[in-house]
Design a protein around this ligand. Structure first.
Ligand SMILES: Nc1ncnc2c1ncn2[C@@H]1O[C@H](COP(=O)(O)OP(=O)(O)OP(=O)(O)O)[C@@H](O)[C@H]1O
Length: 231
């Protein structure tokens, strides 16, 4: 479904990605791993079209989207949940969902109900301002907002960051449901190895902007891979 080949990205003269290849087959969940600052977020932003590669090609559903603007990638079926807390803090949960739907120019009231079915805990919080949610609740809201455009490929940047352990399980269950039951294809950036091992079909490890290892979920249990990820 998504294919990245030979992608280079630079911030000014600083090279952030070099010759990155990545395949995300339809229906799979692929995890991008690596220590801080190796280029994981840069890769997701490039796939969404927020950064333009200086070399290489990105294709989605067999179409070259390397030069396609972000909003058209969203319309084609991609969605992105950035790292951190990205909802409007003064708006309520309900308003955050409505604003997102309007920004996407969708008149698809059913989409809100379906997103809330994925995160039932949000139903009891619809009138709470997003700024008063816990880290885990905000992450759930961020993913719920991304679902409103009915994506086929979901890019998730470290959904467990800043989330307490009890809620990590809830987020893991929701991502698993989106993947296995809703059939979403997922590209996940995650440093929390156990979370990745339980969810991923395949993974790549980045080091200094290059893919240094790629494999299946079973390889993630390897000592060598664990060493690559150790801080
Ligand atoms: N806007 C920017 N301008 C200049 N350099 C940047 C910018 N964003 C990131 N970088 C640099 O690019 C490299 C890759 O950063 P990136 O955020 O993609 O890494 P990461 O693997 O996602 O890290 P983290 O896990 O900490 O989020 C780092 O050296 C970073 O300092």
């Amino acid at each position: 479904m998504l294919s990245v080949s030979g992608v280079d990205v630079a911030y000014g003269r600083a090279r952030a990605l070099s010759g990155v290849d990545l395949e995300v087959p339809a229906g799979s969940l692929v995890c991008v791993m690596g220590r801080n600052g190796v280029g994981k977020t840069t890769l997701l932003r490039t796939i969404m079209g927020a950064l333009r590669p200086t070399a290489g090609r990105i294709s989605f559903d067999g179409r070259d989207v390397t030069r396609v603007p972000t909003h058209r990638r969203v319309r084609a079926g991609m969605a992105y949940v950035p790292q951190g807390h990205v909802s409007f803090p003064r708006l309520t949960v309900r308003e955050n969902l409505q604003v997102t739907l309007e920004a996407a120019r969708r008149r698809d009231a059913a989409a809100v109900g379906e997103a809330l079915d994925v995160f039932p805990a949000l139903r009891g919080l619809l009138r709470r301002p997003a700024g008063f949610l816990s880290g885990g609740q905000r992450q759930q809201l961020a993913i719920a907002r991304a679902l409103l455009t009915r994506p086929r490929l979901l890019l998730l940047d470290e959904p467990t960051e800043g989330v307490q352990p009890s809620v990590i399980d809830e987020i893991e269950a929701a991502v698993a449901r989106l993947h296995r039951e809703v059939g979403l294809t997922v590209l996940l950036v995650e440093q929390y190895l156990d979370f990745a091992v339980r969810l991923a079909d395949g993974f790549v490890v980045l080091e200094a902007g290059e893919v240094v290892h790629a494999g299946t979920a079973d390889d993630l249990r390897d000592e060598e891979v664990r060493r690559m990820l150790a801080v």
